[in-house]
Design a protein around this ligand. Structure first.
Ligand code: HEC
Length: 178
């Protein structure tokens, strides 16, 4: 199959959407008259098309993305405290960056970290931030900071806390804002 290797994540997503739309269009006239089995087969085929886009980890295993409510509002509040005392001086209160440090949300998540696992983002933070004091927080506290940053980014909260473990964080994929 021809693969759009040169395209960025946004391009790939658009292409995938187009592929699914095309698949739906060719079968649309018949879709309404189909048996449940036929519909299921067609839908499975659409999912197959999505899964063929191997670079998108979320499509591969039906895993979660950062927009699936992967943290709680309470947790984000805790993270806000840590962020305010130890990160905001450089990254600004909005986490959109300053002359001293890059933005951590918006473009950074939508583009730079797109298609990476949330663990990659977390692990960079834990291993490098704050500069000269990496590992200052516990893993769970770093996860709380990630929760707060996801909130600032516009990703919704959910019912379960984000766990500060590689096992949990690597199942969550950063995808561009829908
Ligand atoms: C003294 C200023 C300073 C403080 C305090 C600080 N950072 Fe940073 N941070 C930076 C700089 C500078 C970079 C860019 C480093 C680079 O590109 O090599 C950065 C990069 C990052 C990145 C990677 C951004 C990217 O584009 O990949 C993350 C995530 C991050 N910081 C999170 C944090 C968190 C969370 C805290 C608080 C625990 C924190 N930082 C505290 C200066 C700071």
């Amino acid at each position: 199959m021809w693969r759009p290797t040169g395209l960025g994540p946004v391009g790939r997503t658009a292409l995938m959407a187009a592929a699914i739309a095309a698949l739906a269009a060719t079968s649309a006239f018949a879709f309404d008259n189909m048996s449940p089995e036929q519909r299921a087969a067609l839908e499975a085929k659409a999912i197959d098309v999505a899964a063929t886009d191997g670079e998108t980890a979320a499509a591969e295993g039906g895993e979660r993305t950062i927009f699936d409510g992967v943290y709680t509002a309470e947790q984000a509040d805790r993270g806000m405290g840590f962020f305010g005392t130890d990160c905001a001086t450089c990254h600004s209160n909005t986490a959109r960056g300053s002359s001293a440090a890059p933005g951590l949300i918006g473009y950074t998540l939508d583009n730079k970290y797109a298609d990476e696992s949330l663990f990659t983002y977390f692990d960079y933070m834990r291993s490098n931030m704050p500069p000269g004091n990496a590992g200052w927080f516990t893993d769970q506290e770093y996860a709380d900071i990630v929760a707060y940053l996801l909130e600032l980014h516009g990703a919704p909260a959910g019912d379960t806390e984000l766990e500060g473990t590689e096992e949990a964080l690597s199942t969550i994929t950063i995808v561009p804002t829908p």
